[in-house]
Design a binder for this molecule. Structure first.
Ligand SMILES: NC(=O)c1ccc[n+]([C@@H]2O[C@H](COP(=O)([O-])OP(=O)(O)OC[C@H]3O[C@@H](n4cnc5c(N)ncnc54)[C@H](O)[C@@H]3O)[C@@H](O)[C@H]2O)c1
Length: 435
């Protein structure tokens, strides 16, 4: 933002705050006051770390959620991503509250840490998932309130860091909201509240589908190093994304975890392959389908199908079978219903606001009101369940919860540098080893 623009923003903040208070006032930054009530009209400075589609979307939702929000810092490995996101946000109705001069734009691998070292109150963590544990560490150490996209980690090494960060965020009373957006969708919330409240009795089984198209690729440019090539196609490399089960179908796994009350499964058996991935480098080393069976004591089961293949049937459905009824949830459609002893359905004209906006509305309301949000209560089990399914499919072995918890898997390179990238590894069931 140009100095004139910034001045004009400050002027508007002043007028807004003064009008609200009825006295002369000025915009007060909320720096370092994680949970203290932020006076209405005070600024809440936000850093966006990972300025792609989701980072831009979350920034926009943050701006809509609270009139005091200013996008203050932007960080991405690549400057062009910041430029694009910044230009996009400036065009939108709240663009005057996007105030990111060049000195508050950070690039490279330490961009996230640099962003956390500024005076922002909130960080939006929306980079490629592999980096989330590092960004979370920097954010918690710096005492920031955190909106953390899913997945929180892609391997066991990342899990260890995230578990400690969640504990430290609790000790520091920092907000920790996850990007498990279905937890903020009103029809899903009401359905799962009824499931957990006993309306279908004990949850005995569940089936979830997450069937969709392949994600796009960025064709290689001659000037890109191997690392830049992989980063710009991060969704397709296991070390960066965790594979489709960890990066995308984890939404369905989170619903399974939700229905089973955050009780970890004891074991899982999975299969998968990359049947229709074109043999081109941009398609990296991820699979394009997984089928997983999770098991709990007393023969309770959940099954998951996920697929990213073109020109196939797509679906996002969940069926939960209980001892007294069952629930049916159509994530991309209108149906949320329960049959059995306590029949119910979500009214077709019931409130159904954009769940991504609801997340941010609740996040900033919590910051203003001094109430703490702690999604750390469930995210670790959800992410570990996703890792468990992947480990089983890659190795062809049944995998226990203890094996996931004690896994030593560490997918990233020993040292991050902008030239060299890890070699893609196509995992072969029956041959790839459990780590
Ligand atoms: N909750 C949801 O429904 C939802 C939807 C889409 C994406 N996501 C999640 O959001 C995250 C981002 O996804 P996206 O679709 O925006 O991808 P994207 O590729 O559009 O954006 C990711 C950005 O992060 C940047 N980046 C990569 N490594 C980085 C690092 N070390 N430091 C800073 N920036 C880095 C990339 O350059 C890119 O600009 C992923 O974890 C994804 O799973 C969640």
């Amino acid at each position: 933002m140009q100095p004139e623009e910034e001045k004009s923003f400050r002027r508007r903040q002043f007028i807004h705050t003064a009008a609200a208070a009825g006295v002369a006032a000025f915009a007060v930054p909320v720096v370092g006051r994680a949970l203290a009530q932020a006076p209405a009209g005070s600024q809440i400075k936000v850093a966006v770390i990972g300025c792609g589609g989701r980072g831009t979307g979350a920034a926009d939702q943050a701006l809509k959620a609270d009139p005091g929000v200013v996008i203050w810092v932007m960080a991405d490995t690549f400057p062009d991503r910041i430029e694009t996101a910044h230009a996009e946000l400036k065009k939108r109705p709240n663009g005057d509250r996007v105030i990111v001069p060049p000195e508050r734009r950070f690039t490279g691998f330490d961009a996230g840490a640099m962003a956390c070292s500024t005076d922002v109150d909130v960080v939006i963590l929306a980079s490629a998932p592999y980096f989330r544990p590092m960004h979370l560490r920097s954010a918690v150490d710096a005492g920031k309130n955190i909106f953390c996209e899913k997945p929180m980690f892609t391997d066991a090494a990342g899990a260890k860091v995230v578990i400690q960060c969640i504990e430290d965020a609790r000790a520091k009373k920092l907000q920790f909201m996850s990007g498990f957006c279905w937890r903020y969708s009103l029809p899903e919330r009401e359905t799962f509240m009824r499931i957990r409240g006993g309306d279908i009795g004990e949850v005995l089984a569940m089936h979830s589908d997450y069937l969709t198209n392949p994600l796009g690729i960025n064709p290689r440019k001659p000037e890109w190093s191997d690392m830049e090539f992989q980063l710009r196609n991060w969704q397709h490399f296991v070390w960066l994304s965790g594979d489709i089960i960890v990066e995308q179908a984890i939404h369905s796994i989170d619903k399974i975890n939700w229905a089973f009350g955050n009780e970890p499964p004891t074991r899982c058996t999975a299969m998968g392959s990359r049947g229709l991935r074109e043999n081109i480098p941009e398609r990296g080393d991820i699979y394009d389908n997984f089928a997983v069976v999770y098991e709990w004591p007393r023969n309770r089961r959940a099954t998951l199908l996920c697929r990213q293949q073109p020109d196939c049937h797509n679906e996002n459905l969940d069926t939960v079978i209980g001892s007294k009824g069952s629930a049916f949830i159509n994530g991309w459609g209108p149906t949320h219903e329960i049959i059995g002893e306590h029949p119910w359905s979500y009214p077709p004209d019931g409130p159904n606001p954009n769940m991504y906006q609801t997340e941010h509305d609740e996040f900033y309301k919590a910051i203003r009101g001094g109430k703490r949000i702690d999604d750390g209560n469930f995210v670790v089990n959800t992410c570990r369940m996703a890792l468990m399914g992947r480990m089983s499919a890659y190795t062809g072995q049944a995998v226990t919860w203890d094996q996931v918890v004690n896994s030593l898997e560490n997918l990233g390179p020993d040292k991050l540098d902008m030239r060299n990238a890890p070699q893609p590894i196509i995992r072969v069931p029956g041959q790839s080893k459990l780590i």
